[in-house]
Design a protein around this ligand. Structure first.
Ligand code: SF4
Length: 433
């Protein structure tokens, strides 16, 4: 029986695509192997979002070339493949096939054709995967993709040109996927899409609120988390729903990208500083105990020292629970790439460090207010004496965690804990009865 391995790079949306592809291949009779040496077909789902991601994808392709012996096939697809198909094909002729986005059926066809023309090389005892027991991730959390593409015109971003216009995933499919994931052990569903607030804008009478209500009505004990919310689409009815639905984490990830009106305008983003301040206070009033996460880009073309000072003030004043910073990356084909006033890498790094320093202090102060408080936590990993868990206010992979001492619980359990120690980003707790 033929085997495929898959390396999924980039964002959680890519991971969902990778999962779907593996499920499809599995239903067509392929086996999945986590071992590249063991696979007949090596698949890599690439990311082409920013310079670092491009580099990582190319390095991964080159690394996989070393496994390409005895007639194995190397198949490259995803964002980077779409964006630089000609260049990649020219520079790395060892790649057997390359596809862009949304070519799942063609990839399956290609894999079948490739295997028919080459005898399967390795015969080991991998079991066939079913849709229920296969997830590329075996974590208690799973990403649920609700849309693809984007209609926003952020001037630094290549996503709309790579992934096309906004398309909501059919609600029936989202709900079916969610039920399948819950059945297979997921305890947290994380809604992702380039812009989750846009969900339903191309559907009739069904929006993000409808989806959250329907997801909440799925039976089982699980959390729902929202990432990638576009600020200007967050409204009061949505906040009311988040406040009242128990399964929806009181956590919002709202990438603001900058605070200053001039830079927001250059970035092609909606809103302005005053409006964002109002939004944050509206959210905190509507959803008490909300954990707000945001991201900022530093070193955008034209970002003068005074613009950066404005951003620092904003970060100090808004005191986000979670915050990420990116250094602006010049992406060819985007309007920002041709703007005047590009900032040197040295200054970008300095600004990055400054914001992170401010935020680590805020994060520590916020964590101190949690000392002695009791929370429900989801166990992500267990070791001998200590488990890694998360609170509703901590998204996996991007936020801090809680280290929990104790025994008798396992991955995927919800436990009640008391916070006993705090660090800049992480916490330490003990189980309470
Ligand atoms: S909202 Fe802006 S940054 Fe996000 S994917 Fe769309 S264009 Fe890119």
């Amino acid at each position: 029986m033929s085997k495929v391995s898959l390396v999924s790079l980039g964002c959680p949306k890519n991971l969902v695509d990778s999962n779907n592809l593996i499920r499809k291949l599995s239903s067509e009779g392929f086996l999945y192997s986590s071992n590249n040496e063991d696979a007949d077909i090596l698949l890599v789902n690439t990311c082409g979002f920013i310079e670092d991601a491009k580099k990582e994808s190319i390095e991964e392709i080159l690394r996989l070339l070393t496994f390409k012996t005895d007639g194995k096939k190397l198949l490259v697809f995803g964002c980077l493949a779409k964006r630089y198909m000609d260049e990649i094909t020219r520079e790395i002729p060892e790649i057997d096939a390359i596809w862009g986005i949304g070519d799942e059926d063609k990839i399956v066809e290609y894999c079948k054709a490739a295997i028919n023309s080459h005898k399967s090389i390795v015969k080991s005892e991998n079991k066939r995967l079913t849709t229920d027991d296969y997830r590329l991730l075996t974590n208690p959390y799973s990403y649920l993709k609700v849309s693809d593409g984007c209609d926003r015109g952020c001037t630094y971003c290549v996503i709309p040109s790579i992934r096309g216009p906004y398309r909501s995933v059919d609600p029936d499919n989202v709900l079916k996927d969610a039920e399948r994931l819950i059945k297979s052990g997921a305890k947290e569903l994380i809604l992702v899409g380039q812009d989750t607030t846009g969900y339903g804008k191309d559907l009739k009478g069904y929006d993000l609120r409808s989806l959250l209500k329907d997801l909440s009505s799925i039976s089982g004990d699980f959390w729902i988390r929202l990432l990638y919310m576009y600020p200007t689409s967050i409204n009061e009815p949505l906040l009311e729903l988040i406040a009242e639905q128990d399964k929806v984490c009181k956590y919002l990830d709202i990438p603001l990208q900058h605070s200053e009106d001039k830079i927001l305008r250059l970035m092609g983003r909606g809103g302005n500083r005053k409006w964002h301040v109002g939004l944050i206070s509206k959210i905190r009033n509507a959803v008490p105990e909300i954990a707000l996460r945001t991201t900022f880009i530093v070193g955008f073309p034209g970002e003068a020292e005074e613009d950066f000072s404005g951003l620092k003030d904003f970060v100090q004043g808004m005191r986000f629970e979670r915050l990420g910073v990116f250094k602006y990356s010049k992406e060819e084909g985007t309007p920002a790439a041709n703007m005047k006033g590009h900032v040197s890498e040295k200054i970008k790094k300095k600004r990055f460090d400054e914001i992170m320093r401010i935020q680590s202090q805020i994060s520590l102060e916020k964590n101190k207010t949690l000392l002695g408080r009791k929370f429900r936590a989801l166990i992500d990993e267990t070791d001998d004496a200590v488990a890694v868990a998360r609170l509703y206010s901590q998204a996996p992979e991007i936020d801090g965690v809680v280290f929990v001492e104790g025994e008798g619980f396992k991955k995927g359990d919800f436990v009640d804990i008391e916070i006993k120690e705090v660090y800049d980003y992480d916490l330490k707790g003990i189980i309470i009865e």
